[in-house]
Every structure is written in structure tokens, then in C-alpha cells.
Design a protein around this ligand. Structure first.
Ligand code: ATP
Ligand code: MG
Length: 447
């Protein structure tokens, strides 16, 4: 991609234009990270770019001056150096006009994102001191931080996301401005909020992200249910680490580039605790049904964030099931196999591991389950069913709830190892049908 990008810049420069790599890809290159895309900034107008590259396509309409140019196996966003004017909605510029390269740097959010690089001359163009901030690992707004956050509220979240994912500190003035304006984050569309939160939780250091969101006041706005975990006391003998917020944070500390369902489940697994907290007569703090309440809350939080259904379903299932793990060693074979067969089981096992490490540190159930998963082949955990509904109908049962529960009983016996063959299953079915007088048997007339 770098080579193709260089060819593109070369063609623009040969045609007499200034053209640089710009923004994120320059930052990533200096950090030694792989870039997923390369943006190019140039003095050429979109029309001039289109003339040089007939395969280019307008991206956001020519008003924004951005064109997508295919080159080699990649494609590049080529933008005319520009300046933003006005921001009435606190999110988008009212107008964009062609400008000098320095002005294009000044419109960018953070100094580390405002660098240009000429790949042919191998020269860094730094109008904002971004190189030093990269070296000192700092997130600093370009220009006046208060004004920059006022122009675009998404920058509040981007600051936290870059700080967490890169492990950078937010420079004090930028941080003060961020805190002062945290409450206005609600002007950002829910989809953009969701995307930024996703990138924080599934990034390199979600615990750092949680701290920054929390201390800035953004968490209380975006995820008040998680803020509410502060100060929720737990029994000391099981949770020597502290309150539910501290515990949740310790789970996130163990996550690095986690899949989204795992990351969100870790964040939300105990979100039902504040509402369910009770002290029993012996004085012990209890959280009855917190996993069920928490699963419902997770569903509502993630729906509010317009998360896709597959993510919501996975997180709800993981939160709802997280307490089942404590009984794993006492489970009957069928219950254990059903646990192991869950789609989300590998992530649930990891959630269980970090949940344990975030309190008592006892991993014996985790080790037990990991061994079971290794020992038991899929054909044992989830063998093909011995009977279908058709078999039961052939035995005279009518379709309905009774048929479903019979099939389940037969499955249970199979998973428990009580029956192994189709013949045994049929015999059990007959027995169960006969032993239940309420079962309608339409084919049996008086004999
Ligand atoms: P990544 O792609 O990893 O999120 P990036 O820095 O490339 O990081 P993009 O969203 O792709 O981020 O934006 C490209 C560049 O555009 C940024 O590097 C920054 O210079 C500028 N930019 C993006 N969003 C904003 C914003 N909200 N305000 C100001 N400048 C922005
Ligand atoms: Mg980018």
C-alpha cells in the first residue's frame, strides 16, 4: 500500500502539485504501526485529481474536496488542502474552503494526527509540533483545546480513544477542556459514540479508556449504569479488591484487543449489582439475580447504542450465564455439555477467568473446564440427536409443547450417557409416553 501511495503522490507532484501523506498514516508510520489506510492531501483540486486519475470517484461530493483514487491493490482518499468554516451543530463544519497546507494541519484534531509526510523526499512536514508530542506520548489539541472541542464534540471521544489505544497521556490543557465540555458529548450521533466506545473497549488498554471516560465525566453521560458501580460495596471475603467499579476495571485490565462481545461483557457483567444489592439477616451483602437483571440492563444499554443484534445477543447471554460457572464441578454431564456447547463458550470461559483473577484469583473451575473442553471431542459434547420430532409423531404423539419437552428429556438422557442408541431412545420415548396419562394418543382407540 505504501508503494502504491508513493506512486500516487509522485504523479501529483509531477503534475506540479504539492502532495503528502497526511494524518493517521503518518502518525502510525512514526510509531512503527501498520496503517489500515493512507490519506493523501494535495493542492490539486478534485477536478484536477480526477483528470490525472480517470478511475477516481467523488467521495463526499466535490464540496468536501475528497476523491477516492484506486491504485494498485489499494485505494486512497485524496483531499484538497482545506480549511473548515463555522460549526453550528457542534459536530460538522458549515463550509469547507481550499486552503494552504498549514491551514489544513490546523483544522485537524490532535497534533499527532496533523503531520504530513512527503514519501518521495522522505520529509516530515510538521506545522504543529506533532513529532515532539509523539515522542513524548501526548495527546494535545491543535490550537486552543476549548475551541477545538466546541467545534466538534466527537473530538472528546477521539482524545480518549487515542490516549487509551496508544497509551498516551492527555496534555493538561487539552484534558481540562475535555472535562469542561464532557457533558456536551450528547451532541454526537449515537452511532459515532458507539464506534468510539467499541474501539476503546476492544483496543490495547480498555482499563485506561475506562479511567479516562470516568475521570472526564464522559462515562456518566454515556454509560451511567457503569458509573453507578462506584461505591457499590461487596463482601470482603470474596472481593478483597474493593467495590464493583474497581472489580470491573480489573477485568478490563486483562483485556488487550479483545473481541467485542467479550469486552462489552466484561464491562457489563456486574451491571445488575447496584439494583440487586441486599444485606441478609446475617449481615452479608448479596446480589441475588444480579446476572439476570444485568443481562436485561445490558440489552437495554446496547440497544440504546444501536449495537447489532448479534452483539447484543452474545453479551446478554454471557452476562446472564456468568454465575453458572461457579457450579461447573457439580454439574450433571448433560448440563456441563450444554455449557461447553454454547457458541459463546470460549469467550465465556475467558470472561470467567478474568472475573476470578479480578477478585479471589482461584482458577480451579477455569482449569477444570479447560481440561473438559480439551478432553471431550465435539462428538461427545454435542452428539447428533438420537430421535427427531418425526419419530415421536410416528409413535402417536401430536406436535406441541409436550413433544418438545419429551425430545428434551431424551436429549438429556443421551447427554447424561444413560442412552446411546436409537433403539434405547425409542424405548425411553415409549416409556415416557406411557407413563404420562395426559399425553394425547389419537391413534389408540378402545381395544
Ligand atoms: P484511525 O483511522 O486509526 O481512526 P486516523 O487518525 O486515521 O485514525 P481518521 O478518522 O481516519 O483517523 O481521520 C483521518 C485524519 O483526519 C486524522 O488523522 C485527523 O487528522 C483528521 N480528523 C479525523 N477526524 C477529525 C475530527 N473529528 N476533527 C479534526 N480532524 C479530524
Ligand atoms: Mg484513518
Amino acid at each position: 500500500m505504501w508503494q502504491a501511495g508513493m506512486r500516487l503522490v509522485e504523479r501529483l507532484q509531477e503534475a506540479g502539485h504539492i502532495a503528502y501523506f497526511a494524518g493517521g498514516c503518518v502518525r502510525d508510520r512514526l510509531l512503527g504501526h501498520e496503517s489500515h489506510d493512507i490519506d493523501i492531501a494535495t493542492t490539486a483540486t478534485p477536478e484536477e485529481v480526477q483528470r490525472l486519475f480517470p478511475h477516481a470517484t467523488g467521495l463526499h461530493g466535490k464540496v468536501f474536496g475528497v476523491v477516492r483514487v484506486p491504485m494498485g491493490d489499494s485505494s486512497f482518499e485524496v483531499a484538497t488542502f482545506r480549511r473548515d468554516i463555522g460549526t453550528r451543530d457542534g459536530r460538522h463544519p458549515d463550509r469547507v474552503v481550499v486552503a494552504r497546507p498549514a491551514e489544513d494541519a490546523y483544522r485537524r484534531d490532535f497534533t499527532i494526527n496533523a503531520l504530513f509526510y512527503d514519501p518521495l523526499a522522505e520529509r516530515l512536514i510538521d506545522y504543529v509540533g506533532g513529532q515532539l508530542d509523539l515522542e513524548e506520548r501526548k495527546i494535545r489539541a491543535v490550537g486552543n483545546p476549548s475551541q477545538r472541542f466546541r467545534e466538534d464534540k466527537l473530538r472528546l471521544l477521539r482524545a480518549v480513544r487515542f490516549a487509551a489505544n496508544l497509551g498516551f497521556a492527555i496534555e493538561p490543557e487539552t484534558w481540562l477542556a475535555l472535562q469542561a465540555q464532557a457533558a456536551t458529548v450528547s451532541l454526537v450521533s449515537i452511532e459515532r459514540i458507539r464506534d468510539e466506545l467499541d474501539r476503546i473497549w476492544s483496543g490495547a488498554a480498555p482499563a485506561l479508556g475506562l479511567d479516562l471516560l470516568d475521570r472526564s465525566g464522559l462515562l456518566a453521560r454515556l454509560l451511567p449504569e457503569v458509573s453507578a458501580l462506584h461505591g457499590v460495596e461487596q463482601p470482603k471475603e470474596f472481593h478483597p479488591e474493593g467495590d464493583v467499579f474497581v472489580h470491573t476495571r480489573l477485568l478490563l485490565e486483562r483485556l488487550h484487543h479483545a473481541p467485542l462481545p467479550l469486552a462489552w461483557s466484561a464491562l457489563l457483567h456486574d451491571v445488575g449489582k447496584p439494583i440487586t444489592q441486599k444485606t441478609d439477616p446475617s449481615g452479608r451483602i448479596r446480589f441475588f439475580e444480579h446476572e439476570t437483571v444485568g443481562a436485561r440492563m445490558a440489552a437495554s444499554i446496547l440497544s440504546r447504542l444501536r449495537q447489532p443484534n448479534h452483539l447484543i445477543e452474545a453479551v446478554v447471554a454471557m452476562v446472564a450465564n456468568h454465575m453458572a460457572f461457579k457450579d461447573a464441578k457439580q454439574m450433571r454431564p448433560a448440563t456441563l455439555k450444554r455449557l461447553l456447547a454454547r457458541d459463546t463458550f470460549p469467550m465465556e470461559l475467558e470472561l470467567h477467568r478474568i472475573d476470578c483473577l479480578a477478585c479471589h484469583g482461584d482458577l480451579s473451575i477455569y482449569e477444570f473446564l479447560r481440561t473438559k473442553l480439551e478432553e471431550l471431542p465435539p462428538s461427545v459434547i454435542s452428539p447428533p440427536r438420537l430421535l427427531t420430532g418425526h419419530d415421536l409423531i410416528a409413535l402417536g404423539l401430536v406436535p406441541g409443547p409436550r413433544l418438545g419437552s419429551l425430545l428434551e428429556s431424551i436429549r438429556e438422557a443421551q447427554l447424561n450417557g444413560q442412552i446411546r442408541t436409537r433403539e434405547q431412545a425409542l424405548a425411553l420415548a415409549e416409556l415416557l409416553i406411557r407413563s404420562s396419562p395426559t399425553t394425547p394418543r389419537p391413534d389408540t382407540g378402545p381395544t
